[in-house]
Design a protein around this ligand. Structure first.
Ligand SMILES: Nc1ncnc2c1ncn2[C@@H]1O[C@H](COP(=O)(O)OP(=O)(O)OP(=O)(O)O)[C@@H](O)[C@H]1O
Ligand SMILES: [Mg+2]
Length: 293
């Protein structure tokens, strides 16, 4: 393969690229040759978009996200991130452009302390001194890691380890962040930290791609959902459209958030909203009750 030219800085690459992510007709077959994990997947994600990916187990979600950061290279088709085609690029090269949080933190963490884990990523892309200390301090504060900073990442509980995995990528401040099942195994408090993180990043203009089975989380934060089934994307729409589509949900063995289900069975036939959150449904019910009273 011809030697690739050096990459532009992440900021230059982002500024020069029309889209954050462009996947064109990507196919991926695992090397054992038996599993076609992606079969003609195309998707474009704009800068600053907050995108959810849903789909039943084994539908290809993780494989798609691994293609985005160069961990896997498409068997055919192309993947372009901030204008950079991933083919022939190393994960190391791509890591300054796109942050990737693994589904399982045990596949990601390797430093001896939480502090060292948080410092590793930014140090690797040339951040040092005061800037490094500030980034780590902000992450410790945001994720509430003050009490575990000196601990070995494998000695903290699984939910906290997962937060450390997310924090260790966030400290790199990538312009695109991929989260694979960030809230699995999390309690209410840590899920709400992840919810706030996604909102905050979106406000800052970061592109966020979140794979999740946690429908209430996605319903609350993302503005677009793609649905995968059998190695393909079968729907791409707003969460309201996706979660209200009963045949689609049934075909993929997925369940809309319970709040949306209740709304569909009660207020929607009366002209009410396809509620995505308890607050939305409560507002509609409140208005109906007070207009009757
Ligand atoms: N390393 C591998 N070698 C061979 N096949 C694999 C490998 N990893 C995944 N697969 C297969 O590829 C397909 C897609 O897997 P993938 O992990 O992308 O699905 P997923 O949608 O992320 O599933 P989950 O919801 O369980 O995380 C599945 O059939 C899976 O068994
Ligand atoms: Mg997966």
């Amino acid at each position: 393969m011809a030697k690739k030219s050096p990459l532009p800085t992440p900021a230059d690459a982002r500024a020069a690229s029309q889209h954050a992510i462009v996947v064109s007709d990507a196919r991926y077959v695992y090397p054992n040759g038996k599993v076609v994990a992606l079969n003609g997947v195309s998707v474009t994600v704009d800068h600053g978009e907050l995108l959810g990916i849903i789909g039943q187990n084994g539908s290809g979600k993780t494989t798609l996200t691994k293609l985005l950061n160069g961990l896997l290279q498409p068997s055919s088709g192309t993947v372009v991130v901030n204008g950079i085609e991933t083919t022939g690029r190393t994960v190391q090269e791509m890591s300054a452009h796109i942050g990737y949080v693994f589904q399982n933190p045990n596949h990601q963490l390797f430093a001896r302390t939480v502090q060292a884990e948080l410092e590793f990523g930014p140090t690797n892309i040339g951040i040092e001194g005061e800037e490094l200390a500030e980034r780590v301090a902000r992450a410790v504060e945001f994720f509430g890691l003050q009490d575990v900073i000196e601990e070995h990442p494998y000695r903290v509980s699984f939910p906290i380890r997962k937060l450390v995995g997310i924090a260790s990528i966030v400290t790199m401040e990538p312009s695109i962040l991929i989260l694979d099942e960030p809230s699995t195994g999390q309690d209410h408090q840590t899920t709400s930290i992840i919810n706030h993180l996604m909102r905050k990043l979106a406000e800052q203009g970061t592109t966020v791609v979140c794979v999740s089975h946690d429908m209430p989380l996605l319903a609350d934060v993302v503005e677009r959902v793609i649905v995968m089934k059998d190695a393909q994307i079968i729907a791409d729409a707003s969460p309201r459209e996706v979660f209200a589509d009963k045949p689609l949900m049934a075909r993929t063995n997925l369940q809309a958030p319970q709040i949306t289900e209740i709304a569909l069975q009660t207020v929607v036939p009366l002209g009410g909203p396809i509620a995505l959150t308890p607050a939305e449904l409560a507002a509609d019910l409140g208005a109906r009750l007070s207009s009757k009273g």
